[in-house]
Design a protein around this ligand. Structure first.
Ligand SMILES: [Zn+2]
Length: 338
């Protein structure tokens, strides 16, 4: 027990002092896929005080190739990722407080989780949520670390409100917006590399060593053997609507929050009801059992009908698997749940 962090404390930029600081910190991790599970494991082993995990999805077989906290049983039982991650992480380090949220990362929900958060870590797979994180970071003065990967290409950048340009400032200059979908697949070493950049920067922030932060946008392609680090300091814009002199935080406005969307690289549409609904999954299972095949766990209900699988979460969200067509997904939604 006593030696648990000895190797990290021997590393002089951290030391015993830094270790205490790490223990006092709370990190909000948005996304518990490939990047999220790898970052979470490193941070929990490093001994942070508190980790809040937000993820909207559940574990599937295609995740096991690279999402390192999950196993076959999680996929078999369709356990929500935030829950499965907490179970595994608690076994790795029982001293870390881990708070899972099986929700969609909308601006209101994420903002409600920011109390006493010292750092936001991006492990999402989509551009919309990243821009929400960017605005929340500026509005609440919390640093965040961008990380993205696709194929053999990865990218990372650290954003300190009031100091560095924000992601919105960089949009016109670098292709940070294009890194959104996993339709071309991914090799797992890229994930480990992005996470290495993200978590190294995270540790510097947690031990309050801002001088050592990288201050470049780093990108690399492990297959093509390319590496670049771009100094972006001069790209900060006074007119930026997220971090400029008169910010409006445009990505936090309700109109910019999509309600129905095709999930990244998958034959799946997510429908989020316009008003908050809490389903009684047991009752719903009874009703739907006459229509098709039902599977259920404490967090969600999966319902198979024709070639579609409809997954209903307690918070009212619905995944329609088997289509990329929003209209078709909505028709099914209204037929069975409307
Ligand atoms: Zn900006």
């Amino acid at each position: 027990m006593k030696d648990r962090y000895s190797r990290q404390e021997l590393f002089s930029p951290i030391g015993k002092e830094g270790q205490k600081k790490i223990k006092d910190k709370h990190v909000l991790l948005v996304g518990a896929g490939a990047l999220g599970t790898a970052s979470a494991e490193v941070l929990v082993r490093a001994g942070i005080g508190k980790l809040t995990i937000v993820d909207r999805d559940y574990v599937e077989w295609s995740n096991l190739q690279r999402q390192q906290l999950y196993d076959e049983e999680d996929a078999e039982r369709k356990i929500p990722k935030a829950i499965a991650a907490k179970e595994r992480l608690s076994k790795v380090n029982s001293h870390v407080e881990i708070i899972p949220h099986v929700i969609d990362g909308t601006s209101e929900k994420l903002e409600s989780l920011l109390h006493d958060v010292h750092l936001i870590l991006d492990a999402t797979d989509n551009f919309d949520t990243r821009m929400v994180l960017n605005d929340l970071s500026q509005k609440n003065n919390i640093p965040w670390i961008y990380g993205a990967c696709v194929g053999s290409f990865g990218m990372s950048y650290t954003i300190i409100p009031g100091k560095t340009p924000c992601l919105h400032c960089l949009l016109e200059h670098v292709p940070v917006g294009g890194m959104t979908c996993d339709t071309v697949g991914i090799i797992s070493p890229v994930i480990q590399m992005v996470v290495a950049y993200q978590v190294s920067e995270a540790l510097k922030i947690l031990v309050e060593d801002e001088e050592s932060l990288r201050q470049t946008l780093v990108s690399f392609d492990l297959w093509k053997n390319q590496y670049t680090a771009v100094k972006v300091g001069k790209m900060k814009k006074h007119t930026c609507l997220s971090c400029g002199n008169y910010p409006t935080y445009p990505f936090l406005s309700f109109e910019n929050q999509t309600k129905t969307e095709v999930l990244c690289g998958r034959d799946t549409v997510q429908i989020r009801p316009p008003k908050a609904v809490q389903y009684d999954l047991e009752k719903l299972a009874d009703q739907l059992s006459h229509e098709g095949e039902i599977e259920r766990n404490p967090y969600l209900l999966s319902f198979t009908v024709e070639s579609f699988r409809i997954v209903i979460f307690r918070d009212g969200r619905v995944f329609v698997h088997g289509t990329k067509d929003i209209k078709e997904a909505k028709t099914l939604y209204y037929r069975y749940l409307g």
